[in-house]
Design a protein around this ligand. Sequence first.
Ligand SMILES: *[C@@H]1O[C@H](CO)[C@@H](O)[C@H](O)[C@H]1NC(C)=O
Ligand SMILES: *[C@@H]1O[C@H](CO)[C@@H](O)[C@H](O)[C@H]1NC(C)=O
Ligand SMILES: *[C@@H]1O[C@H](CO)[C@@H](O)[C@H](O)[C@H]1NC(C)=O
Length: 284
Amino acid sequence: MKASIFALSLSAGALGAPTLDARQQVSTGTGPYPARWVTAPDFPNHTIYIPQNVDAVNGTMPVVAWGNGACSANGLGQGNFLAEIASWGFIVIASGGPNQGGSTTAQWMKDSIDYATRTTSGPFAKANKESIGVAGWSCGGVEAYEQYQDSRVKTIGIFNSGQMDEGGTRRVVPNIRNKSVFFFLGGPSDIAYNNGMRDYRALPSGIPSWNGNLPVGHGATYGDANGGRFGKAAQLYFRWVLKGDQTAASWFTGNGAQQEGWTVERKDLDKLVFPPQGDTPSKC
Ligand SMILES: *[C@@H]1O[C@H](CO)[C@@H](O)[C@H](O)[C@H]1NC(C)=O
Ligand SMILES: *[C@@H]1O[C@H](CO)[C@@H](O)[C@H](O)[C@H]1NC(C)=O
Ligand SMILES: *[C@@H]1O[C@H](CO)[C@@H](O)[C@H](O)[C@H]1NC(C)=O
């Protein structure tokens, strides 16, 4: 076991194209590009969700780095939900390999950003390196927060999560700059409800933020087909904030979310800055 881990780390730097792993067991998403997960030999501790047919994707793909619930290292843990996001033309990198045991740290999420930024082969040829988001469920959300000083990150998605205590809130939240922060919480029965709500109130003024609660509790709907209602919310969020897709905006700025049972607060959404979308292959 040790020897093979060593061999894997030796191969780091040989930037191979991710290859399909046959054990795909996730939804393919509701977006225009049915998605799958792959692994990259030069990045074995992560699971990458991409459109099955990258060639069909119009334009560039933003990158979302994801931290699993419980900071688990199983990159398939929220597979249905992450495939839903990827099916809208995103590269999603979950910390942890497929069915990997053990735990992740925030460093693994930074590794995802570094990998996406430096890799130019395979699907990453279409990655929009100017449009990177971080997000996670519960413990994974705390890993996302830890990227708050990374200027490559344009948005932080806090899913059924929040800082563990007031000290964490004070250390991180008022110091967030030049990023939006979106909260997707599970209502008062969510064990992270008070944490997420406290963080929302601690954001500095001028930080675009949306806070939604759907009364489904801490487990949310990640395991439902296509990630259920949280999957829908997440793909709309990333399409709007990372792709500038205005058809996704009204769910947040109008009452689309409320009509689906979300309780919503929002501030400074008019200050959202949309990342450049890069070269768009000819669309005629
Ligand atoms: C993958 O994770 C394991 C367990 O944390 C670690 O020992 C190993 O060095 C990691 N491999 C790479 C290539 O980062
Ligand atoms: C935020 O953006 C402003 C304007 O572009 C820039 O001056 C500032 O250095 C940025 N702050 C951080 C922490 O990146
Ligand atoms: C991609 O662009 C082509 C050519 O303009 C168009 O026919 C197709 O519908 C587009 N697909 C999506 C999902 O936008």
